[in-house]
Design a protein around this ligand. Structure first.
Ligand code: FES
Ligand code: MG
Length: 580
């Protein structure tokens, strides 16, 4: 049973919550009842906990294409447990349909979610999200709103089959596109595979950002146990939805608020899981943003230390070979958490009112399977993400070492510089680009303010002239992000970014750059005095906008280490950093 709150909860609940300001509370309630009866409800439906459901269905979001079925199952769960379900729309963000980049809109979705939770009477909220930015946006918003909240993941898509090879978005999207760029496959084949990469509704089927955030949500204690992995179109997913609705009612009755779940320990568990699943590099940005909403900083140096003792156990693409549905069949997160048990903070509370340790116990002993490896024989000996420092990234940079090429992780090379994404697009495939396989590609101005929104352009394509020679990887550096489904020796999130005058801004063609993942180093081998001179000659002019959301974004967005959230959205009170 959930722990009882220390102070009894006496605020108005149900439809009496947050009465509007007509100056007459009885009249406000009278109006509410009149309008809801206009929708066909009887009084019997009204005197019970109200559970909001954030509905993120959208024709632009096939990753949420099972929303109608999920909604029905959540409502069934809420009603079975004695609550009144009230769904409401919020923004929905899909990776491929969001211009200029989904990350630019994440904070807007977080604000929408927070304010709709605050505005409308509800005693708890079910957040339904799946596609990359939606789950972090919902957790950020709910963390700030503060009421009991539970996340329901939409679930992964099924895998498809291309000429009898199993394929799924979007590691295979990139792999096939790479083959097409290298002229290894023709127009017919690229068109054929396009039909198979997304075989059903649901989120990307590899360990991209969506799967990463699903696992992180469960590790944080924010989903029903087992809620991360059921594919979108399965009965398991619908049962999780029903259980989620029912649990939301219990959380409302027990006043199990989100601050009791999103603790420093919960974030530490999430960081462990991020490392052990070979999760998306975006996961760390989102974790920093969610933590900021409850007054915590993610300690990147500690993340790196944790990485040295947390091997990658999950054999999923892009670090390994399987897909999300295989992880689900292998027992899902319970199988992984059982392995990680000695490294976890087992006393962290979850939405069930039980601790993570109790949930691992309840999940039973497990069974033989091949997707989650044991700590003794991991997929990769260290955590998926390493944190780099050096004069090129005084505020840190990251590399997904588990998806990088071992031969390039200790590398020194000549910089080939692109000033921004447009410059890259214009020159990367030209025949006269002066580049060879030992060079280091540098892309500037794709950071939080630079692009803006820190697009996933950090996955710089292999220049066509090298691709056709068979070059599959090359060291790449930027202040942007890359998709969790991508792979390569790619340094990301260089902080501070070039648009605000970070050292990356002053790299020139022909400079030498050293990457040492072993030493966690990213260095520009140019004398200090020369860098100072370049900074004076070429002062940064941070981008601005005249009006609107873009102005808000450019004026207030933080750097990657603070989660790319707006500075004023972070919790006013700081509680230090995590892990402790
Ligand atoms: Fe939605 Fe990949 S595009 S999860
Ligand atoms: Mg993605």
């Amino acid at each position: 049973m959930p722990k009882k709150p220390a102070v009894p909860h006496t605020d108005p609940t149900g439809l009496k919550k947050n009465l509007t300001s007509y100056g007459d509370n009885e009249f406000s309630l009278f109006l509410r009842k009149a309008f809801i009866k206009g929708a066909g409800y009887t009084d019997a439906a009204l005197d019970r906990p109200v559970i909001g459901i954030a509905n993120t269905g959208s024709a632009y979001n096939p990753c949420h294409g099972n929303m109608a079925q999920l909604m029905e199952a959540v409502k069934r769960g809420i009603m079975l447990a004695g609550g009144l379900p009230m769904d409401f729309p919020t923004i929905s963000i899909h990776e491929s349909f969001s211009f200029p980049t989904s990350m630019y809109l994440r904070n807007l979705m977080a604000m929408d979610t927070e304010e709709m939770i605050r505005a409308q009477p509800m005693d708890a909220v079910v957040l339904i999200g799946g596609c990359d930015k939606t789950v972090p946006a919902q957790l950020m918003g709910a963390a700030s709103a503060g009421i009991p909240a539970i996340e329901l993941i939409t679930g992964s898509m099924l895998t498809g089959s291309h000429r009898s090879e199993r394929v799924g978005a979007c590691t295979d999207c990139r792999r096939y596109w790479g083959k097409y760029r290298a002229q290894e496959i023709d127009d017919q084949e690229i068109s054929d595979v396009n039909q198979q990469l997304v075989a059903s509704v649901g989120t990307c089927s590899v360990m991209g950002t969506a799967s990463t955030m699903a696992c992180i949500a469960e590790a944080l204690g924010m989903t029903i146990p087992g809620g991360a992995t059921p594919p979108a179109v399965t009965a398991d997913r619908m049962r999780i939805a029903e259980l989620t609705g029912a649990q939301a009612v219990r959380m409302a009755k027990e006043h199990l608020t989100i601050d009791k779940i999103l603790t420093a320990d919960a974030f530490e568990n999430a960081m462990r899981v991020l490392l052990a699943i070979g999760g998306s590099t975006n996961g760390i940005v989102h974790l920093a943003a969610i933590a900021g909403r409850v007054g915590l900083d993610i300690d990147l140096k500690a993340l790196d230390r944790m990485g040295r003792e947390t091997p990658v156990l999950l054999d999923l693409k892009p670090s390994g070979q399987h897909y999300m549905e295989d992880f689900h069949k292998a027992g899902g997160m319970a199988t992984l958490l059982r392995q990680l048990r000695p490294l976890l903070k087992l006393n962290a509370l979850t939405v069930t009112g039980r601790t993570l340790g109790e949930e691992i116990e309840l999940a039973g002993p497990g069974f033989a399977q091949e997707v989650v490896k044991s700590i003794g024989s991991p997929i990769y000996p260290q955590g998926g993400i390493a944190v780099l420092y050096g004069n090129l990234a005084p505020g840190g940079a990251i590399i997904k070492q588990s998806a990088a090429h071992p031969d390039l992780m200790e590398h020194e090379g000549r910089a080939v510089v692109f000033e921004n994404a447009a410059d890259l697009a214009a020159r990367i495939d030209t025949d006269d680009l002066d580049v060879n396989k030992d060079d280091v590609l540098v892309l500037k101005n794709i950071g939080p303010k630079g692009a803006p929104g820190m697009p996933e352009a950090g996955y710089i394509p292999i220049p066509r002239k090298l691709a056709v020679q068979g070059v599959k990887d090359i060291v790449r550096i930027s202040d942007g992000r890359m998709s969790g489904t991508a792979f390569g020796t790619i340094v990301l999130h260089v902080t501070p970014e070039s648009a605000i005058g970070g050292p990356l801004a002053h790299v020139k063609n022909g400079d030498r750059i050293r990457l040492s993942v072993k030493d966690r180093e990213i260095s520009l081998l140019v004398p200090k005095a020369e860098l100072k001179k370049r900074a004076l000659e070429n002062p940064a002019v941070p981008p601005t906008a005249e009006r609107g959301y873009q102005k808000l974004f450019l004026d207030t967005v933080t750097q990657a280490d603070k989660g790319v959230d707006f500075d004023f959205m972070r919790a006013a009170q700081t509680k230090g950093s995590t892990p402790r």
